[in-house]
Design a protein around this ligand. Structure first.
Ligand SMILES: [Zn+2]
Ligand SMILES: [Zn+2]
Length: 71
């Protein structure tokens, strides 16, 4: 897989080549790559996004909880 560097994107300096995810933190970026390349058994029932770590999914679910409260 060719390495893609988009420079200064709107979200962060590390842009995921597989989706629109971007971050300034290399550690977060490497962890995010696991959702594409590694095990990702934890799937969000709201949007279908997959997570390699159950803890990440639980944190992500709070996003939907806030969205639901807005409606
Ligand atoms: Zn991605
Ligand atoms: Zn979700």
């Amino acid at each position: 897989m060719a390495r893609r560097e988009r420079g200064q994107g709107p979200g962060g300096r590390f842009s995921c080549p597989h989706c629109t995810y971007s971050t300034n933190l290399k550690g977060d970026f490497k962890r995010h790559q696991l959702t594409h390349t590694g095990e990702k058994p934890h799937e969000c029932t709201f949007c279908g996004k997959r997570f390699s770590l159950k803890g990440n999914l639980q944190v992500h679910l709070h996003v939907h909880a806030r969205q639901i409260n807005l409606y």
